[in-house]
Write a protein that binds this ligand. Structure first.
Ligand code: GSH
Length: 214
C-alpha cells in the first residue's frame, strides 16, 4: 500500500494516526505530494483524485482511495478487527455521524478560514482557491466563527461523555483532533471556558498513535 500525502497537514495526519492505531505504520510507503507547489492541482494527481486533495491511499492492485473516512474504514477493517469505526450497526452510525460533525463544524471550517481568511498554504495554492472572489476574506472570517461554535459544541458533548462518539476512542476523535490541529495552524484559539474539550485534547495527545503517528 502507498499513501500519497504531505506530512504535517491535518488530513494526512488523520490517516497517519489511524495507521499507527492499527499498527500498520511500517506496512505503507509514503509518496510526497508537493502541496505548496500545488502538485495536487496538476493533471497527474487529479487523475488519481479529482478533488485535488491529500491523502490518497493506493492499493497494490492500482485502486486509488481518497477521503480520510473511506481510507480509515478500509485500514480499520483490513484485519477484520475494527477499533476505530465501530462493530455494531449502531456504533458505526454514531461514529459516522459524529465524525461528519467534526469535519463540517470544525475541521473544514478551520480549513476554510486558513485558506480564505489567511495567506493559507501560500500564493501558488491560493491561486486555485477562488482568488478573484471579493467575498473570500469575509467568508473566511465566518468560517472561523463557525469553527469556534464547533469547539463549543464538542466541549458540551465531552462534558457528558469520555470520547466524541461515546465511551471509546474512534475515527470521530481523530477528526476532531485534526480539527483542533487545523485551528492551531490558523491561530484560532479554543475558548477559555471549553475545559472539557481542552482536557480531552490533552488525553488524546498522550495516545501513542497521536504522539507518534505514522
Ligand atoms: N475530504 C478530504 C479533504 C482532504 C483535504 O482537504 N486535504 C487537504 C490537506 S489537509 C488538502 O489537500 N488541501 C489542498 C487544497 O485544498 O488545495 C478528505 O477527507 O480526505
Amino acid at each position: 500500500m502507498r499513501i500519497h500525502d504531505y506530512p504535517g497537514f491535518p488530513n494526512p495526519l488523520r490517516v497517519r494516526i489511524a495507521l499507527a492505531e492499527k499498527g500498520l505504520s511500517s506496512e505503507v510507503e509514503f509518496v510526497l505530494v508537493d502541496l505548496p507547489a500545488a502538485e495536487h492541482k496538476q493533471p497527474p494527481f487529479l487523475a488519481i483524485n479529482p478533488e485535488g486533495t491529500v491523502p490518497v491511499l493506493e492499493l497494490d492492485d492500482g485502486t486509488f482511495i481518497s477521503e480520510c473516512t473511506a481510507i480509515t474504514d478500509y485500514l480499520d477493517n483490513l484485519d477484520g478487527d475494527p477499533v476505530l469505526t465501530g462493530t455494531t450497526l449502531k456504533e458505526r452510525a454514531v461514529i459516522q455521524m459524529m465524525q461528519k460533525r467534526g469535519e463540517r463544524e470544525l475541521l473544514y471550517a478551520a480549513g476554510n478560514y486558513y485558506h480564505y481568511g489567511t495567506p493559507g498554504a501560500g500564493p501558488t495554492v491560493a491561486a486555485y482557491k477562488l482568488p478573484n472572489w471579493k467575498g473570500r476574506t469575509e467568508w473566511g472570517a465566518l468560517e472561523r466563527d463557525r469553527a469556534i461554535a464547533g469547539m463549543r459544541y464538542f466541549d458540551d458533548v465531552l462534558s457528558r461523555q469520555t470520547y466524541i462518539a461515546g465511551d471509546t476512542f474512534s475515527m470521530a476523535d481523530i477528526t476532531v483532533y485534526a480539527g483542533l490541529y487545523f485551528a492551531d495552524i490558523g491561530e484560532i484559539a479554543i475558548p477559555d471556558e471549553c475545559e472539557s474539550l481542552k482536557a480531552w485534547r490533552t488525553r488524546i495527545s498522550e495516545r501513542p498513535s497521536v504522539n507518534n503517528p505514522a
